[in-house]
Design a protein. Structure first.
Length: 428
């Protein structure tokens, strides 16, 4: 079906013949969404998804009931993983129109990038795409970017990224991007965003089963989220200096690949024994967090599709937050609530840092013991590479980044969840 259908909102329940509590009804003019739930925006998103699954590809939202948040909810549900369906609406006030279009721009970029195949998005391509996107939304002259690749990573001491990607024919890369709107080259850095950019994760020699590997083109979702979060904050008027650090590699199997028992020596002197090559995200993030710490920022946020443990805990509807900083954690949770996005705090305590023993190195890259809390020990691992890990650092385990199957609110694939939360944290 290609004809554009009109869609209206109503707070009145549908007539009985449409079914009890029916979210949708139809007239000669088009469709009506019946918002009788307390969670109006979720109801709108579910109705939009239902319309999309019925074959509609183009709609026009009509009526005075449509505002910024309701249109946004509809757009989220109506978007399909195979295409950007066409949604038009009556003009909003200027500020709301800009905010809506900026949300669509940044989240569509995120979703489209994550949904691309690993053949289309290799590590170096990811760093280039991210840098170009930030430059496209930032004022002229405010962005500089450096991409470090292949053996230059070793020259500069970024041993984790190099080690994880050395088994692949596609060279690893690290993006160091500086957004500085102040005009002062010596301006202090307000925040650093660090993204995990594993463009495909086979698991390495700790190989994933085929079913678990099918979605691993999306293991660079943390990098996509961090990039789009910075872009959204720039579009909202960010006037502070922020650095974006993406740690990009492809985790493959070959004669050069990382092996169990190998030891990585990091720039800060920490040694790490590899006991599972599928716990590779933390190995690349360690480099990014060290670079971030060296910038002396007030705030460090790392974003990563890091652990299955986090996804088991919070499912696909929330990102997980882990931090030693209670004040920062509360700010992040408030930001997510203001943006109507899912963020849930998981435990992170000092004892989690001690649950990574190695007989041959300072740390192992996975926790040990029965009922090891995988999300918490992963964050504990990362803390060893943050100079002041108890203040101003938060880790987002991005469970809501990608859905392997559609739901009543989302198509299969990337969601864009978290972009607005990051922008809120940076700009408020």
């Amino acid at each position: 079906m290609s004809q554009k259908m009109t869609v209206q909102l109503s707070s009145i329940a549908a007539l009985a013949h449409w079914g009890e509590n029916a979210p949708l009804s139809f007239t000669a003019e088009g469709a009506v969404i019946h918002c009788t739930d307390s969670d109006v925006y979720s109801a709108i998103q579910r109705a939009a998804r239902k319309l999309a699954t019925q074959g509609l590809v183009a709609v026009e939202l009509q009526g005075p009931e449509w505002d910024l948040e309701s249109i946004w909810s509809f757009v989220q549900g109506f978007r399909d993983s195979k295409s950007n369906n066409d949604v038009t609406w009556a003009a909003l006030v200027e500020a709301d129109e800009k905010e809506l279009n900026d949300r669509i721009l940044t989240t569509n970029w995120t979703r489209e990038l994550i949904n691309k195949t690993a053949e289309e998005v290799a590590p170096r391509q990811l760093t280039t795409m991210a840098a170009e996107f930030i430059k496209s939304v930032a004022p002229a002259g405010t962005v500089t970017a450096k991409i470090i690749k292949d053996k230059d990573l070793l020259t500069e001491g970024w041993t984790g990224i190099y080690a994880v990607g050395r088994g692949s024919e596609r060279t690893s890369a690290m993006l160091q991007l500086d957004y500085n709107p102040t005009g002062d080259a010596d301006a202090p850095v307000f925040a650093c965003l660090v993204g995990k950019g594993i463009t495909f994760d086979s698991g390495g020699y700790s190989i994933k089963p085929s079913g678990g590997m099918a979605s691993m083109k999306a293991d660079m979702g943390g990098s996509a989220l961090a990039t789009a979060g910075l872009a959204m904050s720039i579009l909202r008027g960010l006037d502070k200096r922020v650095k974006l650090i993406l740690c990009c590699a492809e985790n493959m199997i070959s004669g050069r690949a990382l092996k169990l028992g190998d030891i990585i020596t990091y720039k800060n002197g920490k040694t790490v024994e590899i006991l599972n090559t599928d716990a590779e995200g933390r190995l690349v993030l360690a480099d990014g967090l060290q670079f971030a710490s060296a910038q002396n920022p007030e705030l460090i946020i790392d974003c990563a599709t890091l652990t299955g443990a986090a996804k088991m805990a919070v499912g696909n509807d929330f990102h997980s937050l882990l931090s030693f900083d209670n004040e920062l954690s509360q700010k992040a949770l408030t930001s997510a609530q203001e943006e109507n996005e899912g963020l849930w705090r998981l435990p992170l305590m000092e004892f989690h840092r001690t649950m990574l023993p190695s007989n041959f190195a300072d740390l192992a890259n996975i926790g040990s013991g029965a009922y090891s809390p995988g999300a918490s020990t992963a964050a504990g691992f990362l803390s060893y590479f943050v100079e002041d890990y108890q203040k101003g650092w938060m880790h987002m385990d991005c469970s809501a980044t990608y859905r392997t199957a559609p739901s009543d609110k989302w198509s299969a694939g990337a969601t864009g969840v978290g972009v607005r939360t990051l922008a809120n944290i940076l700009t408020k």
